[in-house]
Write a protein that binds this ligand. Structure first.
Ligand SMILES: *[C@@H]1O[C@H](CO)[C@@H](O)[C@H](O)[C@H]1NC(C)=O
Ligand SMILES: *[C@@H]1O[C@H](CO)[C@@H](O)[C@H](O)[C@H]1NC(C)=O
Ligand SMILES: *[C@@H]1O[C@H](CO)[C@@H](O)[C@H](O)[C@H]1NC(C)=O
Length: 154
């Protein structure tokens, strides 16, 4: 009986220890799993983008290489400017001024982490093309969606 109580005491002690040491491990794991956009990404159409370091206010810049275009000009890499939120699965937005056409795209999206920690950017975009006159304004804007997958970690 006395031995049984001692064992229970030891067990409680061990459980207590593992309980306190489990705490930092858990927050370490969730910190590791926070999605930061820095790095290289590719989407379902094989367009790619490289995103720079994200500042402490969430601002970032990057280069976008599109695989598709409705312009007659040859495609060239174009600069992007954006901001991301602070959460583990942050929302973000960025703007691209296309280098080879008088047009601008804006993307909004969210970085989702799946159960394996794989990141996926689900986005919706608007593309504004320049029109020669206001009567063509009705057809100036397109909308679409793209999903991006990480190729290189930042
Ligand atoms: C990331 O993307 C940039 C721009 O397209 C490219 O030059 C670079 O090689 C890529 N990095 C890796 C490691 O693939
Ligand atoms: C991010 O910052 C590190 C250290 O300052 C630098 O070595 C690295 O090249 C930067 N990466 C990008 C994608 O800007
Ligand atoms: C993100 O987009 C992919 C591909 O379109 C879709 O299968 C997936 O359900 C989306 N994820 C979320 C969390 O909406």
């Amino acid at each position: 009986m006395a031995i049984g109580t001692a064992l229970l005491g030891l067990l409680a002690f061990l459980l207590g220890c593992s309980g306190t040491s489990a705490e930092p491990q858990n927050s370490e794991r969730s910190a590791m799993r926070k999605c930061v956009l820095t790095g290289n990404w590719t989407n379902d159409l094989a367009s790619t983008m490289q995103i720079s370091n994200v500042s402490n206010t969430g601002a970032f810049s990057g280069i976008y290489q599109t695989a598709v275009s409705d312009s007659i000009n040859p495609i060239r890499p174009s600069p992007l400017q954006g901001v991301q939120g602070q959460g583990a699965q942050p929302v973000f937005g960025f703007t691209i001024k296309w280098n080879f056409a008088e047009s601008i795209s804006v993307f909004v999206g969210q970085c989702f982490l799946d159960a394996d920690g794989k990141e996926q950017l689900n986005t919706t975009w608007l593309l504004r093309n320049m029109m020669e006159s206001r009567k063509d304004d009705w057809k100036a804007t397109r909308v679409g969606t793209n999903t991006f997958y990480r190729t290189v970690r930042g």
